[in-house]
Design a protein around this ligand. Structure first.
Ligand code: 5AD
Length: 352
């Protein structure tokens, strides 16, 4: 298996059979060797820097109905909230004080937040904090909206593709959503000039090894600046309440594989990974991840942004606990960077 891993490191890709062999090998030594090689490659590009992003979950209203997601519109038990522009600016002020230089505005697909309202918010943040990056994570919109957000100063956009297999996509989403449109959005965002992130859930219902190989192929082809992956975790008020959560080890394995495929990628150790294991985020970093996204949302709304059950939001993963995270990472030999943390892969032409 070591041969395969070294081949992956050298060629930055493998054929289907080799990927399948690697993904289905359950040995601990395989995972360790993979994690080590990924850590080494990350250090060549990003040294021991870990970038922090302040996550502001500004609305949990959503017109969509993805079967896995706790804030899907059919979940009438969800307590809905929206932050005002003032509240969002307060989050940024608190985050800036704590050392954050990227703010991630994440929300459901909420029609209240028209292009106009969002443009106002983006402009306001960029005017107040010109040294900070603004990342949007607000789902599918038209090309013209994405362009307007970019022109208003937004720098990055996260839109997980969720699965690169059409059939699998239709088992996770209502009929009006399609993989085709998802991909169109991703290519639009990239063409406009955003640093773009795609990604998927590990162990989502009905996912096969072949589906994961399709995800890796899509990621290779799309060549994103960021990749967000985390384990699927069931939410009790969704159709997938009784499915099993994704595997922790497989998530670590995939983080390493993605690092070896795309050495310059910005790769978060996600909240979902931290939710299923007490040292999940730290182990993600050791597996090749180089980003963490602590929660900057107002404390009173954090529990309402529940994409899945038991989501961590009040402990060490919270932005206020950045000092704890810092010392944990220090002990592992990594340091939190106070810079924006832009992509260091091939140069991107249209960045702000
Ligand atoms: N488990 C894990 N991740 C989830 N997401 C949504 N619901 C869940 C869940 N139940 C992820 C999706 C989405 C991102 C914001 O959160 O991949 O793109």
């Amino acid at each position: 298996m070591k041969d395969l891993i070294l081949k992956l490191e050298k060629n930055r890709f493998l054929d289907d059979d080799a990927f399948k062999a690697l993904l289905t090998d359950g040995r601990e030594e395989t995972l360790h060797f993979l994690n080590e090689r990924a850590d080494c490659i990350r250090k060549k590009v990003y040294a021991t820097d870990v970038y922090i992003r302040g996550l502001i979950e500004f609305t949990n209203y959503c017109k969509n109905d993805c079967y896995y997601c706790g804030i899907r519109r059919s979940n009438t038990a969800a307590e809905r909230y929206r932050l005002s522009e003032e509240q969002i600016m307060e989050c940024c002020a608190a985050g800036y004080e704590l050392g954050f230089r990227t703010f991630v505005l994440q929300g459901g697909e909420d029609a209240y937040f028209t292009d106009e309202r969002l443009i106002d918010i983006i402009r306001c943040i960029k005017r107040s904090y010109p040294d900070c990056a603004v990342t949007l994570s607000i789902g599918e919109r038209d090309y013209s909206s994405y362009k307007a957000f970019f022109d208003a100063g937004a720098d990055r956009y996260l839109l997980r593709h969720e699965t690169a297999d059409t059939e699998h996509y239709s088992r996770l989403h209502p009929a009006w959503l399609s993989l085709e449109n998802r991909k169109k959005c991703l290519y639009d965002l990239k063409n406009i000039g955003f640093q773009v992130g795609c990604g998927f859930m590990v162990g989502s219902p009905y996912q096969t090894v072949e589906n994961i190989i399709s995800d890796l192929k899509f990621i290779k082809e799309f060549n994103p600046h960021m990749v967000g992956i985390g384990p699927f975790i069931p939410h009790k008020a969704t159709p997938f309440a009784n499915f099993q959560q994704g595997s922790f080890e497989l998530t670590l394995k995939l983080l390493s594989i993605i690092r070896l495929m795309l050495p310059g990628v910005l790769l978060p150790a996600t909240t979902a990974l931290g939710t299923i294991h007490p040292n999940g985020r730290e182990m993600g970093i050791l597996a090749g991840a180089n980003v963490v996204m602590p929660n900057l949302s107002p404390v009173q709304v954090r529990k309402k942004y529940t994409l899945y059950d038991n989501k961590i939001c009040m402990g060490e993963e919270a932005a206020e606990s950045i000092a704890v995270l810092k010392s944990k990472l220090d002990n592992l030999g990594y340091k939190i960077s106070v810079h924006r943390g832009d992509y260091k892969g091939e140069s991107c032409e249209k960045s702000h």
